[in-house]
Every structure is written in C-alpha cells, then in structure tokens.
Design a protein around this ligand. Structure first.
Ligand code: HEC
Ligand code: HEC
Length: 452
C-alpha cells in the first residue's frame, strides 16, 4: 500500500515532501496520511455529555442548556424559522449529534445559465424573500396579534433546482475548527497528485463573520460555507430559529416581528447565546466508535479494504489539530490546550468533491454572511470559486455514521450500500473497485462502516 506523507516538521507551514508512487491505470489511490507530530495526543471520544476539557463540566452543562433551550415567540422566535431549539435537529444520540430532520433549499438558473438564489413571495405576494436558498418550513404568522399576515414560505414553481439537506453531526467539531488551513490545502494537493487529478478536493476560502475582511478554509456545512463555529452559530440562530445576533443583526423579514430579542444581548457573564453555542460545540467530545463491532474480524478486514480501494483518499482517517496557542478565525481566537495537537478520526477531508450527487445549489452569500457581505473586501474570497461548488458536496465525515439511518446530503440513501453505490464522478474509480470486490469483502467494508 502506498502512503502519502506530509513532511514531518510543521505540516501546515513547511513545503510538503511527498512520497509518490506511480498510480497506474486501475490502481487504487493511496489513503491520505497527515503527519502526526510525536507530541500529539489522541482526542477524547464519547457520548457522555462531558466536556473534552475546553470548559469545566458545569460550564459545559450550562452551555448545553442554552443549546437545548426551546424558544418561544416571546423570546424572539421567528418570524420565519425551522425549529425552536438547536437540539431539535442536533440530538442523536445526545445534544450535538445529528437527526433525521432535513431542510429545503431551492434556487433557479439565470439567463446566463448561472445559479441564482431563490425569490420566495410571502404576504400574498407583496413581499419577496431574496438572497437565500433556504426555505423555512415554519412561520409564526398568522397569529393572534397578526391575524391577517400570511408569511409562510412555500416553494414557487419558478424555483426549479430543489434539494433537501440533512442535519449534521456537531460532536467533535471543535477539533475540526482547530485544523490549520494548510493541512486541508495539502490534503487537496495530495489527492490531485496521487490520482493524476481524478480526485481533486476543493478548499474554499469563506468569510469569518467575527473578523470582517478575514477568510479561512470552509469546513462546516454541506457546502463548506463556514470555517468558524461562532459564525455558523450566528447563521443557524438566524436562519433556523429567527434570532438575530451581533454578527447577523438583520431579521430575514420585518413582517410580524415586534419582539425585541433578549437573546440578542449578552448575559451577566458577557456572553450572548451564540457564544454559548460555539463554546458548547468546541467542548464536545468526538463521536466514539462501537468498540465491540470494531474488534470483529470482518470490521478489521473492512478497515483495511477501505484504505486499499481508495475510500480513504477522501474519507481521511486521521487529522491533527494545530498547536495550542495558534491563532485562528482571523485572529479572534486561540487554540486552547484541550484542542491543541490532538489527533482525531473524522473519516473525512472537509473538502468539496463532485461525486455525481451535487444538488446544483451554490451557497447564498447574503444568507450565510449577512446582507452587507458584498460591502466588505474579504481577503482571498473568490466568487468564481464559490460558483464552482454548484455540483459539489463536502465529503460526509463518517464518524458516527452508524447513528444516522438516512444518508447523504439529501438523506435519500437508506443503506450504506446504497450510499456507496451513489458515488460517481470523482469517486467513479473507487466505487467501481467496491463493486468488483467479492460479496464478503463488500460486507466487510459495511461491517467496518457500522463500527464508526
Ligand atoms: C431545523 C433543523 C436545524 C436546527 C434547528 C439547527 N440546525 Fe444546525 N444544521 C442543520 C442542517 C440541515 C445542517 C446542514 C446545513 C447545510 O449545510 O445545508 C446543519 C449544520 C450545522 C452545523 C455545521 C456542522 C458541520 O460539522 O458541518 C453547525 C455548527 C450547526 N448546524 C449548528 C447549529 C446551532 C448552533 C443551532 C442552534 C442555533 C442549529 N444548528 C440549529 C439543521 C438544523
Ligand atoms: C472522491 C471522494 C470520495 C471517495 C473516493 C469516496 N467518498 Fe464517500 N462520500 C464523498 C462525498 C462527497 C459524500 C457526500 C455526498 C452527498 O451527500 O451527496 C460521501 C458520502 C459517503 C457516505 C454517506 C455518509 C453520510 O453520513 O451520509 C458513505 C457511507 C460513504 N461516503 C462511504 C464511502 C466508501 C465506503 C467509499 C469507498 C468505496 C467512499 N465513500 C469513497 C466522497 C467520497
């Protein structure tokens, strides 16, 4: 088996030395191996609601309470929303996990053939919600105070590009946030070089809301739309629940909206809800494996085959975070000791690929980064690069996949075998190799996946 190695010294800074082997016709691409500094330690895993060390357990519990809190109209919920609590969609098997809940995203093609964000008429067509691809499934109006306001969003026939998107796992995401940009960029390079460009993950610079003008390689969301958990929390609070924050202060619509939002402001400890959500996520432990299944001969054989046939070219087994003290998110954050130089096993590269499943949706800039996004000059942000993501999806990290009965971005694959069979495009060669395996070798890979 061919190993690809980054240089052993400071992987995110040093020029990268690869050991490359000729990748002959039909040969499997090698698994991507990120170099692990000898001082690195294994990140803790578990579904025990305990902190990974970023916060003490009582702080972590208080932060989880904020994440779990069911919001009401009087708190500022809506006017357009999808659910009343983060936990409603991020719940299995514990707060911060994934769930079966999917949401709607739509758009259409413009006259030049390019993707355009959706225009959703509400209020009997008198108001149009624009600049978004998300269609909120719930609205607070009409209600007793506004009996004549009709603001429920629905998909108009004109929005012909349509998809559902599954809720994601958030457990362990503090580790993902603490991975250096350079590590992700080097993985994309290694993919290109070892597969002669067949597999070519896209690393996308995205805005950091808390550091206007600054960008980082996106790693969160099905389109890698955020790099910072604080930015994502503000995005989710607004677009899933209808709560504004200091990072996204504008409501999606002013209709039906008379409640000033107490959660918009900070509490006695100086933290706003979005700060608590972000700290909660940063302190979660990574998903734990099913150790009983993982030890079976079938799962162990499947683990080897997974590497051998090229699944691990995208579903990268091990990543390592940057050192404690390293700054990230445009200088607004520093990696705490509990997250510094930790190895973890997401089975993902956090890069965007076209594996033939692309949903045709380009991320809506004003939705994720606020209506003022185009007034800021964001370093390294390329609108062309964003446009190229149209038919790409982020490699689904496979940690905790055994806990997700509905698979892929649309939740439409109901078995692991079906999910693998949908891999085409960049993954065509790899999925062909899967099909050519004997029935028992295929079953071994499935057994391995069921242990993740
Ligand atoms: C109605 C369901 C729903 C609610 C409520 C919800 N989310 Fe999500 N969450 C999703 C979906 C769906 C995605 C994937 C979105 C996408 O990329 O299209 C997601 C993705 C995320 C991600 C990215 C995770 C990753 O690893 O890529 C974060 C972080 C997140 N949500 C945080 C939150 C927070 C914080 C809240 C509460 C303020 C919240 N979510 C409320 C459904 C929800
Ligand atoms: C070229 C990169 C690439 C390769 C190679 C690849 N995958 Fe994937 N995988 C992806 C992407 C991208 C997705 C998400 C696609 C989507 O949601 O539309 C995905 C999704 C999955 C999922 C669904 C997980 C979930 O949580 O929904 C499974 C299971 C999976 N892959 C297994 C495999 C196996 C097994 C192999 C090897 C036979 C493999 N993949 C090879 C990129 C890849």
């Amino acid at each position: 088996m061919v190993r690809v190695r980054f240089s052993r010294s400071a992987p995110w800074l040093a020029p990268v030395a690869f050991t490359l082997a000729a990748c002959g016709a039909g040969a499997s691409p090698p698994p991507i191996q990120v170099p692990v500094p000898s001082s690195a330690a294994e990140a803790p895993t578990g579904f025990d609601n305990r902190s990974n060390g970023v916060a003490d357990d009582s702080t972590h519990q208080a932060d989880q309470d904020a994440f779990d809190e069911v919001e009401e109209i009087a708190d500022g919920l809506g006017p357009l929303y999808n659910a009343q609590a983060c936990r409603e969609c991020h719940q299995t098997p514990t707060s911060g996990g994934a769930s079966q809940i999917t949401e709607l995203r739509v758009g259409h093609l413009g006259p030049d053939g390019g993707f355009e964000n959706a225009d959703i008429p509400i209020a009997r067509g008198t108001v149009t919600i624009a600049g978004r691809t998300l269609v909120n499934d719930r609205a607070i109006c009409p209600n007793a105070a506004f009996p004549d306001s009709e603001i429920q969003e629905r998909v108009p026939d004109t929005e012909t590009i349509r998809t559902t998107r599954a809720s994601l796992n958030l457990l362990g995401d503090g580790l993902v946030e603490a991975v250096a940009d350079e590590t992700l960029i080097e993985i994309a390079r290694a993919q290109r070089r070892t597969t002669r460009g067949t597999i070519r993950g896209q690393a996308l610079y995205v805005p950091i809301l808390e550091a206007p003008g600054e960008t980082r390689i996106g790693r969160f969301g099905w389109k890698d739309q955020h790099a910072s958990l604080l930015s994502f929390s503000a995005d989710a609070y607004l677009n899933e629940m209808g709560f504004t924050s200091r990072l996204l202060p504008d409501e999606v619509t002013t209709l039906c909206n008379t409640v000033s939002e107490p959660n918009n402001t900070s509490d006695s400890s100086g933290l706003a809800d979005i700060d608590r959500f972000a700290r909660f996520l940063r302190a979660t432990k990574a998903p734990a494996r099913d150790s009983v299944l993982a030890a079976t001969p079938a799962a162990r054989r499947g683990s080897e085959l997974f590497d051998m046939i090229g699944c691990a070219t995208c579903h990268v087994r091990t990543l390592v975070t940057a050192a404690a003290g390293a700054v990230l998110n445009g200088g607004t954050d520093t990696i705490p000791p509990a997250l510094g130089e930790k190895t973890f096993h997401p089975f993902g590269d956090f890069l965007l690929h076209n594996v033939g499943t692309g949903d045709g949706i380009v991320m809506a800039m004003p939705e994720h980064y606020g209506p003022a996004v185009y007034k800021v000059v964001w370093r390294q942000l390329s609108i062309d690069s964003v446009g190229r993501t149209r038919n790409k999806m982020r490699t689904a990290p496979l940690w905790g996949v055994r806990l997700r009965p509905r698979l892929m971005h649309d939740g439409a694959s109901l078995t692991l075998r079906d999910a693998i069979a949908r891999h085409r495009g960049e993954a065509s060669g790899v999925s062909r190799r899967f099909r050519k395996l004997t029935r028992s070798d295929q079953a071994a890979i499935i057994a391995f996946l069921q242990s993740l």
